[in-house]
Design a protein around this ligand. Structure first.
Ligand code: GDP
Ligand code: MG
Length: 177
């Protein structure tokens, strides 16, 4: 049957969270525009971008929010989290401190959102394997303990970007439907 482009069954707000420089904005542009930017443009944040995917016979529209660099000062406001049903919590596999901070971001998500929020922990920059500072095993252990989802991605070479969002949206869909 014909469906207009803008037609969707569910609209899900997703927030991107994690330390500055881990690749949040590039994950978003890779998923929504298939674009990657070598230069970091931390101050030119879009508010959000959207993309729809199909799961079963439903169209799930993701409205994905990005920060404009506020994460640098841990000053993300509650408005950012309001209404979010999913979060992609990103660290950089080449910077261990960004992984250590995942726990703090977790707490921040919990403090600001409904406890049904679906969180996926994402280790980005997996293309830089020679510079790796966080093992897959450590990340898996952490994710299992927090009962959350985990995936390594690369916004640069596109590894798992589609998979991460598809998995997150599918899990959210299972929670709400
Ligand atoms: P944000 O501050 O979390 O939004 O991070 P950005 O998306 O601005 O990315 C910070 C820097 O990391 C930029 O120079 C990007 O080009 C780079 N970057 C982002 N994702 C990847 C990736 O998957 N692999 C590599 N090698 N670099 C990346
Ligand atoms: Mg950014």
């Amino acid at each position: 049957a014909y469906r207009a482009d803008e037609d969707y069954d569910y609209l899900f707000k997703i927030v991107l969270i994690g330390d500055s420089g881990v690749g949040k904005s590039n994950i978003l542009s890779r998923f929504t525009k298939n674009e990657f930017c070598v230069l970091s443009k931390s101050t030119i944040g879009v508010e959000f971008a959207t993309r729809s995917i199909r799961v079963d016979d439903k169209v799930l529209k993701a409205q994905i929010w990005d920060t404009a660099g506020q994460e640098r000062y841990r000053s993300i406001t509650s408005a950012y989290y309001r209404g979010a049903v999913g979060a992609l919590l990103v660290y950089d596999v080449t910077r261990h401190s960004t992984f250590e901070n995942v726990e703090k971001w977790f707490k921040e998500i919990r403090d600001h959102t409904d406890n049904k929020i679906v969180v996926m922990v994402v280790g980005n920059k997996a293309d830089l394997n020679h510079l790796r500072a966080v093992s897959v095993e450590d990340a898996r252990t952490f994710a299992a303990r927090e009962r959350t989802f985990f995936m390594e991605t690369s916004a640069l070479d596109s590894t798992n970007i589609e998979n991460a969002f598809t998995e997150l949206l599918t899990q959210i869909y299972h929670v709400v439907s």
